[in-house]
Write a protein that binds this ligand. Structure first.
Ligand SMILES: *[C@@H]1O[C@H](CO)[C@@H](O)[C@H](O)[C@H]1NC(C)=O
Ligand SMILES: *[C@@H]1O[C@H](CO)[C@@H](O)[C@H](O)[C@H]1NC(C)=O
Ligand SMILES: *[C@@H]1O[C@H](CO)[C@@H](O)[C@H](O)[C@H]1NC(C)=O
Ligand SMILES: *[C@@H]1O[C@H](CO)[C@@H](O)[C@H](O)[C@H]1NC(C)=O
Length: 386
């Protein structure tokens, strides 16, 4: 072998060796990237499912809703348009639904026959109040038996109304039966309260969180049977600030429909929560679609009073599930009625950022508050003459 041929071989061997090293390096790199991205994907999935749950809880009903909306909420809520107006909309990431779909488990089930309002009987009632007062607008406030402070706060603030813009308004509280603990004492207190204020509508289902759909349907049944001549009604939660004047202005506008009309904060494309650990968990056997039909957020929705009767009828054919506002959405869907955007969607606020702004409270229709005392304070201040 000549020196030159040896040299040629050496120069040839070098690229072969570096190629091999490069190949090993690439393989390792690919493996690392694969591993990392997989873990990362998993993290992203978990994170997405958490966020999705958060949004849901945030919107539907939070045990404590004082805190300003978390920043991540903004990251995942996109603006969408529905019927010309901007409405809040969540991302419809398939990862989220997939993670949620995985979960199956048992939760106290809500049986079909349990939701139909006529299975229940009124313990406390005001059967003639609408005949006597002929309200234009009825405000129905679901409240738990023990929430006396909330009722007091409403009675002394936005509930202390009888005529607004020349129209009669009636506020009524809707309750179920108190639970086992102190039930008798609570019932005695409710009986006294009813005698004094004549504003309690109590039915004999057990008042629990999972029975909120029953409560809502009892409200609808009451409106349909006891108050069919009212023009509008609203279901409004007891922790809400309500500006009745602004609500009335909206309802009295000439273009506000008087039939088949329901408005509030429009929720659309909301995924059904399949995580059994969530408060908003709905098992497939109760509701099997992945998304709810368009519905209005339960904190406060307004409707023409022809709807309660139609909703009760429709509900006979729709298996109840524990998300009361989405259930009303399912009933509306059955009736082929689409919830409407309010003329100004920003007036139905699903949060309170913690900073009281007088002008804002004078502008809105609803805002969520954190305590009955806050309602009293803000209401008094917002009404104070300038
Ligand atoms: C919403 O849709 C209804 C019927 O589809 C229509 O009459 C109405 O003008 C629409 N509103 C807006 C704001 O586009
Ligand atoms: C509703 O109006 C009709 C017709 O005006 C009347 O006959 C009926 O008694 C009213 N019902 C109630 C509950 O006020
Ligand atoms: C309701 O308002 C009237 C004045 O308009 C007031 O006299 C009354 O005390 C108020 N009721 C409650 C429960 O605060
Ligand atoms: C709902 O109310 C019914 C009727 O009172 C009761 O039997 C049932 O236990 C309640 N369900 C829940 C989950 O509280």
């Amino acid at each position: 072998m000549t020196t030159s041929s040896f040299q040629r071989m050496a120069t040839l061997r070098l690229p072969v060796k570096s190629c091999f090293v490069l190949l090993v390096f690439i393989t390792v790199a690919v493996l690392v990237i694969y591993y990392v991205s997989n873990t990362h994907l998993q993290l992203t999935k978990d994170w997405l499912s958490k966020v999705s749950n958060n949004i849901h809880s945030y919107y539907i009903k939070q045990p404590v809703r004082i805190v300003p909306p978390p920043p991540r909420h903004h990251q995942t809520v996109k603006q969408g348009t529905l019927n010309g107006t901007n409405v809040a909309r969540t991302t419809t990431d398939s990862n989220v639904t997939e993670v949620l779909r995985k979960s199956t488990s048992s939760v106290p089930s809500i049986r079909y026959h349990e939701a139909y309002p006529r299975n229940y009987h009124f313990i406390l009632d005001e059967p003639n109040i609408c005949k006597q007062e002929k309200p234009f607008l009825v405000l129905m406030v679901p409240v738990a038996p023990h929430e006396l402070e909330a009722r007091k706060a409403i009675r002394s603030t936005w509930g202390n109304v009888s005529v607004v813009r020349g129209k009669t308004v009636r506020v009524l509280f809707s309750l179920g039966r108190p639970g086992i603990k102190d039930a008798e004492a609570q019932q005695r207190q409710l009986n006294l309260e009813s005698k004094k204020y004549h504003d309690l509508i109590q039915s004999d289902f057990l008042d629990t969180y999972l029975n909120l759909t029953i409560k809502t349907m009892v409200i609808m049944d009451w409106l349909a049977t006891r108050c069919p001549n009212a023009t509008y009604a609203m279901k409004v939660d007891s922790d809400m600030f309500l500006n009745v004047e602004n609500l009335m202005s909206m309802l009295l506008a000439s273009n506000t429909p008087k039939e088949n009309y329901m408005t509030g904060m429009v929720m659309w494309n909301r995924p059904v929560i399949r995580d059994p650990a969530s408060k908003w968990y709905v098992p497939k056997k109760l509701y099997d679609k992945d998304y709810y039909p368009t519905y209005l957020l339960g904190m406060g929705y307004v409707f023409s009073n022809d709807l309660p009767k139609k909703l009760v009828e429709a509900s006979k054919e729709i298996k109840p599930f524990n998300i009361e506002d989405a259930y009303i959405g399912a009933c509306l869907d059955k009736l082929h009625i689409v919830p409407s955007n309010p003329p100004d969607a920003s007036k139905f606020k699903a949060y309170f950022n913690g900073k009281y702004d007088r002008k804002e409270f004078q502008r809105v229709i609803t805002t969520i508050l954190s305590s009955p005392q806050q309602l009293i304070d803000f209401w008094q201040d917002s009404r104070r003459p300038t």
